[in-house]
Design a binder for this molecule. Structure first.
Ligand SMILES: Cc1cc2nc3c(=O)[nH]c(=O)nc-3n(C[C@H](O)[C@H](O)[C@H](O)COP(=O)(O)OP(=O)(O)OC[C@H]3O[C@@H](n4cnc5c(N)ncnc54)[C@H](O)[C@@H]3O)c2cc1C
Length: 202
């Protein structure tokens, strides 16, 4: 692996909590640099039967990022913006990118990404997809999984498109995605594409 692998007590303690009141000591922590790292680490976890837990900024409020599992933290390295296609209103990003970094880049094209949790300066696209996040503009733009068309004078020209994960490393590593209440065992997405909404003005 090119990224970091930590099984020491200090790192495990750091990742024992998210923004909820839950505490669970993880088995270890992986900081992948790229999709190949994710694939290699996932294969090792599968071979040993270890549960995996993807993590962005860890701002979840219901214990989604606290579990006895190998934590994959995408926020340190896998946070790059790929490309923004203003015509297709499509942004390709790595899952650890912070929402505001995407919105700043989209702003240049007078585009924005509609779901905006209060943690927008910290939360990541991977975590937003995992939580199906929304925000104060949810009435206008909808949630991550269920975007809405923007109301307004020229609404028909303002398409809100769906975000989707385009590479599911989990599938190739033999994991399937499942959620179990607060203990989420969603498999990590190594690449996410976020489709943007035209900026709502006024
Ligand atoms: C003060 C405060 C205010 C908040 N306000 C809002 C709000 O207005 N609206 C709202 O919707 N939420 C809100 N939240 C909750 C949270 O901030 C959001 O849901 C945010 O989008 C989570 O992003 P994150 O990067 O922190 O995700 P994390 O907490 O790191 O992860 C969230 C989920 O996604 C999974 N995940 C992370 N990365 C990946 C990946 N690469 N592949 C697959 N799964 C992955 C995790 O396993 C976890 O289940 C708030 C939280 C706080 C503390």
């Amino acid at each position: 692996m090119r990224g970091e692998v930590h099984f020491d007590m200090g790192f495990r303690a750091m990742y024992a909590a998210d923004s909820s009141n839950y505490r669970q000591l993880p088995i270890g922590v992986i900081l992948p640099r790229d999709a190949a790292d994710v694939e290699a680490a996932m294969a090792a976890c599968r071979a040993t039967g270890a549960a995996v837990l993807p993590r962005g900024a860890g701002t979840s409020l219901a214990g989604q990022c606290a579990n006895v599992a190998v934590v994959f933290d995408f926020s340190k390295y896998m946070n790059r913006l790929g490309a923004i296609d203003p015509d297709a209103k499509l942004a390709t990003v790595e899952p650890g990118i912070v929402l505001d970094r995407l919105r700043e880049a989209a702003e240049v094209h007078h585009l924005t990404y509609a779901p905006d949790p209060a943690t927008h300066s910290r939360c990541t696209l991977g975590g937003m997809i995992g939580n199906n996040s929304c925000g104060v503009h949810g009435l206008l733009g909808g949630k991550v999984a269920t975007p809405r068309k923007c109301p307004g004078r020229d609404a028909p020209s303002r398409r809100l498109l769906r975000p989707s994960t385009s590479t599911n490393v989990a599938a190739s590593a033999g994991y399937s995605s499942s959620t179990d209440g607060a203990k989420t065992t969603l498999a990590p997405s190594a690449l996410a594409s976020a489709q943007s909404a035209s900026k709502v003005r006024g």
